[in-house]
Design a protein around this ligand. Structure first.
Ligand SMILES: CC(C)(COP(=O)(O)OP(=O)(O)OC[C@H]1O[C@@H](n2cnc3c(N)ncnc32)[C@H](O)[C@@H]1OP(=O)(O)O)[C@@H](O)C(=O)NCCC(=O)NCCS
Length: 313
């Protein structure tokens, strides 16, 4: 039977089941992600209007073969930069789901007047050949890394200098401006194929801090003389899996071990809370962050490549 694609809709009677099937496909396709059905639904419901975010589903014989997340990067300094990330279940490949999702996603973003489309794929031959065949050029790459938390190898917390305090994200209550400023500054310095613009406080609050899988008790914030200097954001599935959302240090405080301290506190609390696996993902040129993760003992488990296609030609 041929593959059909459709848009996930929150008002559909199958919304709950669709989001569960999509999360299962995502987890099977990229086992290094922490993704829940709730987060997929939340993203569709709460994405900013300018993001035009959609979840696309490709099915055959009533079975979900793959899904895609697509829309416009609302924080890009250049307008019209689209994303289309396709995930096909590893046991359901070769049946045309990837092709169907690519066609549906490209038609969607072209309809939004996108000028370029950005897609991530794993660096396996098949995925890379698919991207090249479809007119995509290679961009940056990133490494997924995994750390077992249950086996007792997590290094002890580094010492805390006298002017420094390590706090949980939750302890800041609604007083979050310092964390927002630090996150915006760090985001501008993260290696990326896109140039990003600072995010407004309200948008940051709604898209990052209020994300349903953000665990504020496990998020760590390091202050120097009471001011936010570094942070490490924690995303969890509420079960056994923990993922670093973002880590950053204000420019003036870099190279003092503060990012390491923030992440260390977060990982120690995650282990104490029963999380057994930690994941992280870093650009392959992000030397400081890769050095920090190596220190913790993270092992590289997969590499993904960014693919870019000009849609204006
Ligand atoms: C990555 C970042 C968080 C590091 O913050 P930091 O507080 O300066 O990091 P630390 O001082 O804890 O340094 C940790 C390790 O990285 C090493 N390091 C720091 N800068 C480095 C650099 N430019 N090149 C190579 N190694 C570097 C340090 O030597 C240290 O290793 P050591 O403890 O073995 O000596 C910071 O540079 C940043 O905010 N970057 C922009 C945002 C970003 O890329 N975040 C990560 C993406 S999730």
């Amino acid at each position: 039977m041929s593959v059909t694609s459709r848009e996930f809709r929150l008002d559909s009677p199958t919304a709950e089941a669709d989001s569960e099937a999509a999360a299962a496909v995502l987890r099977a396709a990229l086992p290094y992600l922490v993704v829940t059905p709730r987060a997929l639904r939340w993203q569709v419901e709460n994405a900013p209007e300018t993001q035009h975010h959609r979840l696309l589903l490709a099915e055959a014989d009533g079975q979900l073969l793959g899904c895609a997340r697509t829309g416009i990067y609302y924080d890009s300094s250049e307008p019209g930069q689209a994303y289309l990330n396709i995930y096909v279940h590893p046991e359901r490949r070769g049946r045309g789901a990837g092709r169907a999702l690519l066609a549906a996603g490209e038609a969607y973003v072209t309809g939004l007047d996108a000028r370029a489309n950005f897609c991530w794929s794993l660096d396996d031959e098949r995925s890379m050949a698919f991207a090249e065949r479809n007119g995509y050029r290679r961009g940056r790459s990133a490494h997924f890394q995994r750390l077992a938390l249950g086996d007792g190898t997590l290094p002890p917390m580094p010492p805390c200098p006298p002017d420094v305090e390590v706090r949980t994200g939750a302890s800041f209550g609604d007083d979050l401006h310092g964390i927002w400023v630090a996150d915006n500054e760090a985001a501008l310095d993260e290696p990326d194929d896109l140039d990003v613009e600072p995010t407004s406080y309200d948008l940051w609050l709604s898209q990052y801090w209020m994300h349903p899988e953000h665990d504020r008790e496990l998020t760590s914030v390091v202050t120097v003389d009471g001011e936010v200097a570094a942070f490490s954001l924690a995303i969890t599935d509420g079960g056994s899996r923990y993922m670093s959302g973002m880590a950053g240090t204000r420019r003036v405080h870099r190279r003092r071990g503060l990012a390491k301290l923030a992440k260390s506190a977060s990982l120690h609390r995650a282990r104490a809370a029963g999380y057994t696996e930690a994941f992280t993902n870093n650009d392959s040129g992000n030397e400081p962050m890769l050095a920090i993760n190596k220190w913790f003992g993270y092992q590289e488990c997969a590499t993904e490549v960014r693919w870019i296609r000009d849609l204006t030609g």
